[in-house]
Design a protein around this ligand. Structure first.
Ligand SMILES: C[S@@+](CC[C@H](N)C(=O)[O-])C[C@H]1O[C@@H](n2cnc3c(N)ncnc32)[C@H](O)[C@@H]1O
Length: 245
């Protein structure tokens, strides 16, 4: 058990290179294997957001959440940070394509930075988002404290993350999917032996529901709320930095 968690710690220390290795296949596998349900989850997460001028998208990856925020016209400007340059390179291309198609060109900037030590001033952003990033942090609480620090008082954090379904039958399908189908197909398509088995282990060992809300609370957020999606396979969490803080 200890060796397993040590292994995961090592993987989290090198998370950028892990995502660099699978960047080229990440979107296709995500959308294909989830039958596009992941798009629906991002749509629902963005619906929970307060409209904001300047938003930080933590662990922006290939920019799917950012693009959804632009699509729903919830934000004016997005700064995305990530530790994988290759994931962000794909995200940048997707945002550029939107502009070419004549969609309203909003400001999106991509920055190589660690969620656990952000290069921004206190209260710099009107809102903070993070989709499927938190479970990859080597120190979840440090990441949440940073989100709290960089959002302005009254600003909202919106987090989308995998969780664990309560229904026994759904759990069986979920376990089968994450333990066998995802690592198997992921290994074949990405040609990477370990990355998709890491994704499976990282989902299963992560906290969810009330336990995650407690971490948000400990970081300083209030008005915490969570909403389960698709039988609790994923959950959207929101919290607000109190005024006067
Ligand atoms: C599963 S992807 C999610 C990407 C995107 N938000 C989405 O919705 O598809 C997780 C991303 O988190 C990034 N990441 C993990 N730990 C990080 C950290 N400490 N700081 C910044 N980015 C991190 C990874 O590099 C990867 O691109």
């Amino acid at each position: 058990m200890q060796r397993k968690s040590q292994k995961m710690e090592n993987e989290k220390q090198h998370i950028g290179s892990l995502f660099d290795r699978i960047a080229g296949t990440y979107d296709g596998l995500n959308h294909g294997l989830s039958l596009n349900i992941d798009r629906l989850w991002r749509r629902k997460a963005v619906r929970q957001m307060q409209p904001a001028n300047k938003v930080l998208d933590v662990a922006i990856g290939t920019a799917d959440l950012t693009i959804e925020m632009l699509r729903q016209e919830k934000v004016m400007r997005v700064t995305g940070i990530d530790l994988s340059r290759d994931m962000m390179a794909i995200g940048k291309k997707k945002v550029e394509k939107l502009k070419e198609k004549g969609e309203k060109s909003k400001n999106v900037e991509f920055l190589y930075a660690n969620a656990q030590k952000m290069p921004f001033a206190d209260g710099f952003f009107d809102g903070v988002t993070c989709a499927f990033g938190c479970r990859n942090f080597s120190d979840l609480d440090a990441g949440l404290r940073e989100m709290y620090r960089v959002v302005k008082p009254g600003g909202q954090v919106t987090i989308l993350e995998f969780s664990y379904p309560k229904n026994r039958i759904v759990r069986r399908v979920y376990d089968l999917y994450f333990s066998h189908i995802l690592p198997f197909i992921g290994r074949i398509v990405s040609k990477d032996k370990t990355a998709y088995s890491y994704l499976n282990r990282s989902v299963k060992s992560f906290c969810w529901g009330e336990a995650f809300v407690q971490h948000l609370h400990d970081a300083g957020f209030r008005e915490e709320h969570f909403r389960e999606l698709t039988f609790g396979i994923a959950t959207v969490y929101t919290g607000v930095k109190p005024l006067g803080c």
